[in-house]
Design a protein around this ligand. Structure first.
Ligand code: NAD
Length: 332
């Protein structure tokens, strides 16, 4: 039976990949707005809502979705911190995600941020285009033999390990569960405080949970080396933005690479180039020469979008047949 699917936060590229994967078997409607209380009525009469990272699946929104007949949330993401899972459970909804759709995409982007910050590619690009070939201020360091601390060694963390081994980095990690693949690759597991103190570069690859919220805060920054590089391609809430601004001002943080931001929901994925950004904290971040921000694009490769669409199709088919899958966050 065809499932009626309402796709929220859909961009032209989502339409292309999801239409290919879903349209033959299901009735798919694409809605550009983010899901929230003001847009939830769009889902009236649909069986499933297909959501992305900044859709707002809080309890009141889920209650309204359920009233509209939605019984399944097909997440187009690995993380599910944007969904009130307890509320979904109480409402009898099923929730599935797309785990590890392309760990390499995110890992490669994290390393791109590291290299760009280290060798100041963002500044060099602008200089050369202005005819300024001076090297003053562009001095970098070799990643070779530097200590990189990886927080979270699941699929993306393990992919980072593979890449950074090639650079000859010393790799230390912190995770609540140790990954034997990483141990075999020579990674040394340490406590979080040790990782903070040892690392020249700290890269975050754990999910956002109550335990990891503001993992990088004032207290953590007291433990890091002066001039540390911090990379966050995971979720904005892992980093206390005001704390890192203070750390950048004092020089404690030497480099900051972000693909995610705590309050990104009002900014990312939209063209705001003709508007005045109202978020003063975000605007302050953009003033530092040693900060590089990308707008949640680490996942954004052709391979990843194909995989997201294909696994989403499988998740919807499994919902249709009433079968469980390993991708279920919540089985009904
Ligand atoms: P994963 O589930 O394979 O790995 C997550 C790892 O974090 C696991 O090893 C887990 O044990 C560990 N972890 C859990 N709680 C922890 C804690 N309190 N402290 C330390 N480690 C902890 O997930 P993944 O596929 O590697 O993805 C990691 C995260 O990357 C996702 O949760 C998501 O938030 C983010 N992500 C971002 C993008 C992007 O485009 N920027 C794309 C995909 C995923």
């Amino acid at each position: 039976m065809a499932v009626k699917v309402a796709v929220f936060s859909s961009k032209p590229y989502d339409r292309v990949f999801l239409t290919d994967a879903l349209a033959d078997d299901h009735e798919v409607s694409f809605f550009e707005p983010r899901l929230d209380l003001t847009t939830v009525a769009l889902a009236a009469g649909f069986d499933a809502a297909c959501l992305f990272v900044n859709d707002n699946a809080t309890r009141p929104v889920l209650e309204a979705l359920a009233e509209n007949g939605v019984r399944f949330l097909a997440l187009r993401s690995t993380g599910f911190n944007h969904v009130d899972i307890e509320a979904a459970r109480e409402l009898g909804m099923r929730v599935a995600r797309v785990p590890g759709y392309s760990p390499q995409a995110v890992a490669e982007h994290a390393v791109a941020l590291m290299l760009a910050l280290d060798r100041k590619i963002h500044r060099a690009y602008a200089r050369v285009r202005e005819g300024n070939f001076s090297l003053d201020g562009l001095l970098g360091f070799d990643l070779h033999l530097r200590t990189v601390g990886i927080v979270g060694t699941g699929q993306i963390g393990a992919a980072i390990v593979n890449i950074l081994r090639g650079f000859g980095c010393r790799l230390v990690a912190y995770d609540v569960v140790q990954n034997p693949v990483c141990i075999a690759a020579g990674v040394q597991y340490v406590e979080l405080d040790e990782l903070l103190a040892m690392s020249d570069v700290i890269t975050l690859h754990c999910p956002l949970t109550p335990e990891t919220h503001h993992l990088i805060d004032d207290a953590a920054l007291e433990k890091v080396q002066d001039g540390v590089m911090i990379i966050n391609t995971s979720r904005g809430g892992l980093v206390d933005t005001q704390a890192v601004i203070d750390g950048l001002k004092s020089g404690k943080i030497g480099y900051l690479g972000l693909d995610v931001y705590e309050e990104e929901g009002d900014l990312f994925f939209e063209d705001l180039s003709d508007r005045v950004i109202q978020d003063d904290v975000f605007s302050r971040l953009l003033t530092f020469p040693n900060v590089l921000v990308t707008g949640h694009q680490a996942f954004f490769t052709r391979n990843a979008l194909e995989q997201i669409a294909s696994v989403t199709a499988k998740n919807i088919a499994a919902f249709d047949r009433g079968e469980a899958t390993p991708n279920d966050v919540l089985s009904s």
